[in-house]
Ligand binder design. Sequence first.
Ligand SMILES: Cc1ncc(COP(=O)(O)O)c(C=O)c1O
Length: 491
Amino acid sequence: MTERDAADSERLANAINGITSALDRFYRFEGPDLAALHRQQWVAELGVALPEEGRGLVAVVRTLNEIVIPNGLRNGAPGFSGWVTTSPTTSGVIAALAASVAGSQRWWVHPFNYLETVGLEWLRTLLGLGADMQGTFTSGGSAANLVALGAARQHAFEREGIDVAREGLPAGATWRIYASTEVHHVVTRAAGVLGLGRRSVRGIAIDDRQRIDVRALIEALDEDRAKGIRPIAIVATAGTVNTGAIDPIAELADIAEDRRIWLHVDGAYGAFGVLDERVAPLFRGMERADSVAADPHKWLAAPLGCGATFVRDRARLGRAFTLEPAEYLEGSTAGGVVQSPFDDFGELYHDFNIEQSAQSRGVTVWAILTEIGRTGLRDRVKRHLDFARHLERRVVAEPRLELVAPATLSICCFRYRSNNEDASNSLNERIGTRLRAETRFVPSTTIVAGRYAIRPCFINPRTTIDDVDGLVEAVLRIGESEVAARSVQHV
Ligand SMILES: Cc1ncc(COP(=O)(O)O)c(C=O)c1O
């Protein structure tokens, strides 16, 4: 028997100090992103056989410093506007580090458990949801939507006296979830995971601003009702990932209320847009929803792995997801004098979603909002909406560019204009590829109503207006050179 464990647990500060300059350097995002070009090198360094004998902490620190961190993911670089997630800011990082050391489990009696409650309460307040909306942190938007739809499923069948979490779905029944064709695919997957079936999500047509067509929804609801199909939920997206469109939530809330159907709002990306008074009216009705998903690891720039779901009547969430009592879990004498964590599990978040063990996430939300407050977050959201509007104005003013979808939130879809509609998609696809390969401006691309578009999404706290202008200039330069190259080919 060896006396001591092979893993170090004493030189934490030393080890952290050993990587701080590499992290600071990384955070400056200097020079081009060479991770893909250097792939062979780092794969060769990292892809070694399982070491029989450990190489020690020093080797770990060295490899992190020299290989892993410098080739890390640069989605926090100021010119990166490709995703709805970004690299976290400092307070979130140190909070996550603190949690991994001192709050390595979100339950039991300790401040990290309590900060789950505080973080959720602050998010609820930010989003303008009522006090009866209680939440749970999740690993992200996928799990946030899954948990919300799990509550919707519970609700739909409880009305018929069926505890679906316990009994399973009734044989012979059919059911539907209604969402626009622009809904995020995690909603469809959630339906699959919940046993409702991916096909149970009925995609409703959209209008010319990519919002759910309310008349088409009503027709679908009527048609399904006539066939005896049970409605499980209507999903409103508050900020689609494609264009940032916001479904008419208030109208959907009226329909859901009239027909007694669960209304879920997927605000994973866009819900924090409610902080900008210019678009706040578009979120009207979100406060009437039965459940809302919103992700701190998107606009809040919390470390990845942090989504949140709010549900009216969390007891229903509990019935959908409770960990049933088990001998091995007991020991709590909650209600008596709490002298040790074993006497009280704290707030039982593992009863409200799909994970038992989970990291403490509330501390990161608490840290970010303690640092910047509501005002700091509101300023960020407004700045990003300004960026999208600035870009839209430039596109509209520039004859070589064309707007594909207007900016509702912080996404603006546009393309380089081409005389030849058929060639336009491939031209803009090439522009997207060359932007990523040749410049520091990294938007994503998408297809809106069959039209290939360049799609920057501004949620990155490090992005500045110069990065927005830089993107426009880069698209013009590359577009021009592509068009010139093609006309030479045709000569
Ligand atoms: C509207 C919307 N819902 C859900 C998701 C899924 O979130 P996550 O990637 O955190 O699982 C996203 C992510 O882009 C999203 O934009």
